[in-house]
Design a protein around this ligand. Structure first.
Ligand code: ARG
Length: 577
């Protein structure tokens, strides 16, 4: 149930009945208590168009709009706003339906094929904190889209090609010939990378060998490719361990690294040449983008082939666009990387559209995110200034959560406590990231994210266990619980309106790729639930069965919404904490 859609349809009917076609229907949520839940703001514009007083038009709409089943009251306020107060009976009926519906009454709608390009680490390095945001935010958006029934194709556009592999392969070759197996040599990728770099910078002849390897690799030399394949395989395994720890739905079948586009690159150049988009300049091939000129009026230059013949990140992205449109049939493409790549993607889109790789009804949406900062406001690093390995960060989260859990009173045994620590620790890290508006930088702070108060994963997980314990006391099964709900108190009213807005939130997150809206929403649900729970006793003596069942119904709906929302964000819930 999408209240917004429903109200829109009703207002649209009323306005058409007044003889006006295609008027916009501006509806918003009321923000002040006492002004109802939604507000129609279209009377002022209509009044201008019809040369009448806005309040008169508003009164006219109120008389014509058919909302008696939904609203208890419509009132004209201010210059001509219409405040809509939702009706308790209607809210109650919705609860009965929602309790029977696994998907909490979300509406069916058109579905499409959507490519989501996320995580996409560079394999010449160990996954570090910089990849946390892409991985977590991308995965949450994937989950939302899938929940809404879209055909989502995950693409892990791993950086598995390029000149840096020359030095890595030369180093690997030496390690393997001096008795080490690949797994051991590559057990710590960061160390391996550093060693190779030191040799590259200092060792006589090594840099030449490294360059030699690049040429051989690009030329398809079998031995070299074999070495490369070993390197890639182990490197992907490292990423997979992180995905598993993070509870993220990326597997090997989603890997579509840069190297997979190698065979397509010459044809991209040939095609751009044939379409006369490409120009040659000092041996390099590039596309001019007059749409993005500098102050002097010079167009931006988008290089697709270097003077030596080498291809670039950009060339691969053009090939990827073509593949995603033609083979995968994507209508939307979402790409999650940090904000520093914004210019690249803007230019890539312009070039791809010029070349006809994207049609007008196909979108290319770069979804940028800000940096993860330490408490000091500087890029998040270890004390010695090294990048933080993602895997170590997650282990630390679990350890810290374990310390917190051990301090709480609980009847759990050691093993159960360890499981709780895992769920809370990983949940906290993910939620801290997801709950911030993705476009801004954010401060990574252990204490805030692990707090049981405020907009945090532990707070939401705790609210969920609260409901679970009510059901245990009531000796009822929450999952299958059904009841006649009767919305009566103000807290019940506010809680149910919020619960009904789940569908609206999903729609916004799916449109804007902004999981923080879901976090804010779940936090509001949990807070309104707590308020309801404190003011409306459930299992106290003296409460009639009817009231008890109705309130249990609200508990079940709140918990189901929290669980569905958290699952979408990739965060597990717990039975007890
Ligand atoms: N490997 C890149 C990085 O680590 C991200 C790739 C994003 N996807 C793309 N199609 N360019 O920054």
């Amino acid at each position: 149930m999408n209240i917004h859609h429903l109200l829109s349809a009703r207002f649209s009917q009323a306005i058409q009945a007044m003889g006006i076609q295609d008027a916009p229907i501006p509806l918003s949520r009321s923000t002040r208590p006492g002004f109802g839940e939604y507000q129609f703001n279209g009377a002022m514009a209509l009044a201008k168009q019809l040369k009448q007083k806005p309040r008169d038009i508003a009164e006219d709409i109120v008389a014509k709009v058919e909302l008696s089943d939904i609203a208890s009251k419509l009132e004209v306020a201010g210059p001509g706003f219409i405040n809509i107060h939702l009706k308790d009976e209607w809210l109650s009926q919705w609860c009965d339906k929602a309790l029977m519906d696994e998907k909490l009454t979300i509406e069916a709608h058109d579905t499409e094929t959507i490519v989501v390009d996320y995580s996409s680490p560079n394999l010449a390095k160990e996954m570090h904190v910089g990849h946390l945001r892409s991985t977590i935010i991308g995965d949450a958006v994937v989950n939302v889209l899938e929940y809404l029934g879209h055909n989502v194709i995950r693409q892990n556009h791993m950086g598995d090609w390029g000149t840096q592999f020359g030095m890595l392969l030369a180093h690997l070759n030496d390690q393997l010939s001096s008795s080490s197996v690949a797994e051991t040599a590559l057990s710590d990728l960061e160390d391996f990378y550093r060693e190779a770099k030191v040799r590259f910078d200092n060792e006589d002849g090594f840099a030449d060998r490294a360059r030699d390897y690049v040429v051989k690799l690009q030329g398809g030399d079998a031995e070299c490719l074999g070495l490369w394949q070993q390197f890639i395989d182990i490197s992907i395994q490292h990423s997979e361990e992180v995905y598993k720890k993070l509870n993220v739905g990326l597997t090997r079948e989603h890997v579509m690294g840069e190297s997979s586009y190698n065979p397509d690159l010459p044809s991209v150049i040939a095609d751009l040449t044939q379409k006369e988009i490409l120009v040659e300049s000092q041996g390099a091939r590039l596309v001019f983008i007059p749409e993005m000129s500098n102050k002097e009026g010079e167009p931006a230059a988008y290089i697709v082939q270097k003077s030596g013949g080498g291809y670039l990140y950009a060339t691969t992205d053009l090939a990827a666009i073509r593949y995603r449109a033609n083979t995968l049939k994507a209508k939307r493409t979402l790409i999650f990387t940090d904000a520093r790549q914004a210019l690249h993607f803007k230019q890539t889109e312009i070039v791809a559209r010029k070349a006809g790789y994207l049609s007008l009804d196909e979108s290319y949406e770069h979804c940028p995110f800000g940096m993860m900062l330490g408490k000091d406001g500087k890029p998040f690093k270890t004390r010695s200034g090294a990048v933080i390995k993602l895997s170590d960060l997650l282990d630390e989260a679990i350890e810290r959560a374990a310390v917190l859990i051990s301090k709480r009173e609980s009847s759990l045994n050691t093993q159960e406590k360890q499981q709780v620590a895992k769920t809370v620790g990983i949940g906290a890290v993910k939620y801290a990231d997801l709950s911030k508006n993705r476009t801004t930088d954010y401060i990574f702070d252990w204490d805030t994210m692990l707090s049981f108060e405020g907009n945090t994963a532990p707070y939401l997980q705790y609210a969920y266990t609260r409901v679970k314990s009510v059901f245990r006391k009531a000796e009822q099964d929450m999952q299958t619980y059904q009841a006649r709900v009767s919305v009566e108190s103000a807290q019940e009213h506010d809680l149910v309106v919020k619960l009904m807005q789940f569908d609206e939130v999903l729609a916004s997150v799916s449109k804007e790729a902004t999981p923080h809206l879901m976090c804010t929403y779940l936090y509001e649900v949990a807070s309104l639930f707590m308020r309801f729970y404190e003011a409306n006793p459930i299992l106290k003596p003296g409460i009639s069965d009817e009231v008890k069942n109705s309130r249990l119904g609200l508990c079940a709906l709140s918990a189901k919404t929290l669980k569905a929302g958290l699952e979408i964000l990739g965060i597990d819930t717990l039975e007890v904490m």
